[in-house]
Ligand binder design. Structure first.
Ligand code: SIN
Length: 289
């Protein structure tokens, strides 16, 4: 565990939190912050810096109203409003993620079970930069969120494969609904889709990250379905290696913020007999380059 401060005696006071790495792959818990309380710009910059260094940050035992959650999310950038209005919460910046049904109707998006690895809104021209999830109810087993380090995935690719994907784009399509473990190579007519570079450069860190995912990436520009599909499957298997992954086991009142520009996430299965309820806020991103 480290305290996030500079050692120089003339430096400003150390931020009032500790940083505990969550795994060798990525992630850090920030200990000692209350997100419901006002946070100075200086402290927030230390939070952002820890987020850039660790890609995913966790803050446990946070008692947050919807408005307090949104206020903290807005520190990262403007909110990307959900286009799925019926899953919006009272504060419209929040989308519920839940398997709960009331009168037979889902109250949230992405309801049931396992989900393949993906990045949020990668089917849009400007995918979400960050996503924040706050846990209200969690199952006793499963429903864990897995995070893969997309920098490491890129950096460890064989040189020949790096060369093959250099400068190429891939098509990302939102062609799933509740079935978040199936994907085809031909998205249905009219589904939201966008061509993005396979390798993107993070605007803040300058590092390159692999930007394809098993749930939504369906084709590589200029390659046949067969050749593109083969390369994509190799990339998916590579990026999902366990050594690149941190698995988060949720407790109620956890806040996780992940960077969609350099991580992917997935979800493990869980029982439909247990309730899972999360409040999600997404932050607008830039066009990947
Ligand atoms: C998501 O993909 O945004 C939701 C992840 C989760 O439910 O753990």
């Amino acid at each position: 565990m480290t305290t996030a401060h500079l050692s120089d005696a003339s430096a400003p006071a150390p931020p009032p939190f500790q940083v505990r790495p969550l795994s060798d792959a990525l992630g850090a818990e920030l200990i000692g912050l209350d997100l419901s309380a006002p946070m100075s710009d200086e402290i927030f910059e230390s939070v952002r810096d820890a987020w850039h260094r660790h890609l995913v940050i966790l803050l446990r035992d946070q008692h947050l109203t919807e408005d307090e959650q949104v206020r903290f999310a807005e520190r990262f950038g403007p909110i990307s409003m959900s286009t799925r209005g019926h899953f919006q919460s009272k504060n419209p910046a929040i989308m519920l993620i839940s398997n709960i049904r009331e009168d037979g109707k889902q109250i949230g998006a992405l309801p049931d079970g396992e989900m393949h690895f993906h990045t949020d809104q990668c089917h849009q021209e400007r995918p979400a930069m960050a996503t924040m999830l706050y846990s209200i109810e969690v199952p006793s087993v499963g429903g864990n969120t897995l995070f893969a380090n997309a920098y490491t995935a890129y950096e460890t690719l064989p040189a020949a494969l790096k060369q093959k994907i250099e400068g190429r784009k891939a098509l990302n399509a939102y062609d799933y609904d509740a079935a978040a473990t199936t994907r085809g190579t031909k998205p249905r007519e009219g589904v939201p889709a966008y061509w993005h570079p396979i390798v993107r450069t993070h605007p803040a860190t300058g590092r390159k990250a692999l930007f394809v995912n098993r749930l939504m990436t369906v084709a590589i520009e200029g390659l046949s379905d067969e050749e593109g599909g083969e390369i994509l499957n190799t990339l998916f298997d590579h990026q999902e290696q366990r050594t690149f992954v941190y698995e988060h086991v949720w407790r109620p009142k956890d806040v996780l913020v992940w960077d969609n520009r350099c991580t992917l996430h997935a979800r493990t299965d869980f029982s439909d007999k247990e309730r899972r309820l999360m409040r999600r806020v997404a932050i607008k991103g830039e066009k990947p380059i």
